[in-house]
Design a protein around this ligand. Structure first.
Ligand code: NAD
Length: 357
């Protein structure tokens, strides 16, 4: 693997290899872009098969965070950290050592909890650094804000695809009735949408059936529902070569992360079928916006207001994708890159100074 080629091809500013002997720690912190603000990205602890796999994950995920923050219109950049370790060997000493690496970056990188780290672990890391988020959830959790963003995304998508602003009678098939799915059902129900829902938990489906009059279907039947919108709010990878041909909805708008099995192949399959796909990292950015607001001092009203921009950004994405005959995912990346280069140009402009005689 040619290290610098990889880093420069993906446009990273800095990649740090953190190593210590006592305790034994190997971590990689990838800072992709800080033009818009400090790099934000959660830390993943994972027993990678080799160091190359760990580096690839950090590089790929940190670039994704740059796009996500830029599309969310928050003054933050993209980063990601991976600790190469077996979760069984996770110790407080290791977390303390990791926290010291973060602190040394002095705020250039702000992190939180991802795979194999718990809120308790984040609290341990925070003993060494103030640059962690999610230590105490000041907002009561991100799900309500995320669900509001998804609801606005659905409104943008029906305006673009169905040429209506009215959700009355619009049929929405929702996969997953967890923290986000349930709040989303409530917004849709209050605006007159008809709900078709599924979850692997029988209790959750029954609750939503009773509260919102939803029709419950089996998990494997959710794709082929005669619905206007399919809203994946459960797990990733569910838009793939098996499921896409079954989808009858003309809009896909949901909270789940990494919905496309293979980004290029399945993004293209959706656009060839004239399905308007809301890129997951744009429509579910309410979570990141919420975390960002916790960091700067939480104000619920401000957090919800910032989420409103998801509506306009998605309309911009749909229009660009149509004009340039590209997928919505590619259009979203272009818009993120435009926002970053605009900010770079402003920073590089010569300062006008007034001479006082
Ligand atoms: P959650 O764990 O509370 O809910 C997920 C639900 O999906 C659960 O009820 C689970 O039983 C169900 N489920 C799992 N597999 C299923 C399947 N095969 N078919 C049907 N249902 C299935 O999670 P959440 O917080 O509601 O988040 C939902 C998705 O959105 C996740 O992919 C998450 O990564 C993503 N997301 C969440 C937030 C947030 O603020 N919580 C922010 C951004 C992205």
């Amino acid at each position: 693997m040619n290290l610098f080629d990889n880093v420069s091809e993906m446009g990273h500013e800095q990649v740090l290899f953190c190593h210590g002997k006592d305790p034994d720690i190997k971590a990689i912190i990838a800072i992709h872009d800080t033009t818009l603000g400090p790099a934000m990205g959660a830390t993943r602890l994972y027993p990678y098969a080799n160091e190359e796999a760990a580096l690839k994950d950090a590089l790929r995920l940190s670039r994704g965070m740059t796009y996500k923050a830029a599309c969310a219109n928050i003054p933050a950049g993209g980063g990601k950290a991976v600790i190469i370790a077996n979760p069984k060997h996770k110790t407080d000493d290791l977390l303390h050592a990791y926290g010291r690496f973060i602190q040394r970056l002095n705020g250039r990188f702000i992190t939180g909890q991802d795979m194999n780290l718990t809120p308790e672990d984040v609290r341990t890391i925070s003993k060494e650094t103030k640059y962690v988020v999610g230590v105490e959830e000041k907002s009561g959790g991100p799900a309500p804000v995320t669900a509001w963003g998804v609801f606005l995304g659905i409104k943008a998508a029906i305006k673009y695809q169905l040429k209506t602003v009215d959700l009355q009678g619009i049929k929405v098939a929702i996969q997953g009735l967890g923290n986000v799915g349930k709040y989303l059902c409530q917004h849709l129900y209050e605006h007159g949408a008809k709900l078709y829902v599924t979850d692997v938990s029988y209790e959750k489906t029954q609750e939503v059936k009773h509260i919102f009059g939803a029709t419950v279907v089996e998990p494997e039947e959710i794709y082929s529902q005669d619905a206007d919108i399919f809203s994946p709010c459960a797990i990733g990878g569910i838009l793939n070569s098996q499921t896409i041909p079954q989808i009858r909805a003309s809009i896909i708008a949901g909270a789940a992360n990494n919905q496309l099995g293979q980004e290029k192949l399945h993004g293209r399959m959706l656009s060839d079928r004239n399905i308007t796909y809301c890129p997951d990292y744009v429509i579910n950015a309410g979570g990141l916006i919420n975390v960002y607001n916790e960091m700067i001092g939480y104000n619920e009203e401000v957090a919800f207001q910032q989420v409103n921009s998801i509506y306009d950004t998605l309309l911009e994405i749909f229009t660009r994708a149509e004009q340039d005959s590209i997928t919505t995912n590619d259009a979203a990346k272009q818009i993120a890159e435009d926002r970053i280069s605009k900010a770079k140009n402003v920073k590089n402009q010569p300062k006008i100074t007034t001479a006082v005689m």
